[in-house]
Design a protein around this ligand. Structure first.
Ligand SMILES: O=c1nc[nH]c2c1ncn2[C@H]1C[C@H](O)[C@@H](COP(=O)(O)OP(=O)(O)OP(=O)(O)O)O1
Ligand SMILES: [Mg+2]
Length: 195
């Protein structure tokens, strides 16, 4: 019997990263892309943790299985924490990564280098039909670039510059990103606290 993890996400970039990170433990990853009959889950929470819980609990209930929810996004200091929980829909409901990046860069155009600090945040919630929901969080610090650079990853990766690598997140290989990302750190928390 193959081990299976169900993630309450429709985001292909997240699914790919969870597949990469769970592959070494022999888990098969399922997502909302495999359960087409589940209605859209509304992200009405005010925090990443709330939205991760909403996604995980909704699908756990629908499937009567243990489910993981991931709510994540970009928090920019000079923008008072925006896009934050609105990261996916920042430039509109079409949820375009390119348009979101463009909007952040435009809002940041007059912000000097030293004030361009930002972080990715990822909340992961584990919901089960029987037990209380369990939530962990990971962050990854960087600065907002002047223009998009790199083609790996997804979302805001091309505009998130990581001084320690002298590269944007979109210039890292999948393996490099999966060692240092907010999602990787949240998953490490989950694994260490789960036992
Ligand atoms: O590693 C990342 N590198 C770059 N950008 C990222 C990352 N992780 C999340 N992000 C961005 C994508 C999206 O603009 C938002 C997540 O929004 P979020 O609602 O959690 O996900 P989503 O709507 O794309 O899929 P779903 O809700 O079905 O999981 O933050
Ligand atoms: Mg979403």
């Amino acid at each position: 019997m193959s081990k299976q993890i169900i993630i309450a996400t429709k985001n292909k970039g997240k699914v790919r990263e969870f597949e990469q990170m769970f592959a070494k433990d022999g888990y098969e990853v399922k997502s909302l892309l495999d359960y087409k009959d589940i209605p859209d889950i509304e992200e009405i929470g005010e925090t990443f943790a709330e939205n991760a819980s909403i996604k995980a609990e909704t699908l756990a209930k629908a499937l009567n299985e243990v489910v993981i929810g991931d709510d994540s996004g970009l928090v920019v200091d000079a923008l008072d924490g925006r896009p934050g929980v609105y990261s996916a829909r920042y430039a509109g409901l079409t949820k375009s990564d390119a348009a979101n990046n463009e909007k952040v860069l435009k809002e940041m155009q007059d912000i000097p280098s030293e004030d361009r600090t930002a972080r990715f945040v990822c909340a992961i919630a584990v919901a089960s039909p029987q037990e209380n929901t369990f939530i962990v969080e990971g962050t990854c610090e960087g600065v907002i670039a002047r223009e998009p650079v790199g083609t790996n990853g997804f979302g805001y990766d091309p505009i998130m510059f990581l001084p320690a690598f002298d590269k944007t997140m979109a210039q890292l290989t999948a393996n490099e990103k999966n060692e240092i990302s907010h999602r990787a750190k949240a998953l490490q928390q989950l694994i260490s606290k789960w036992k």
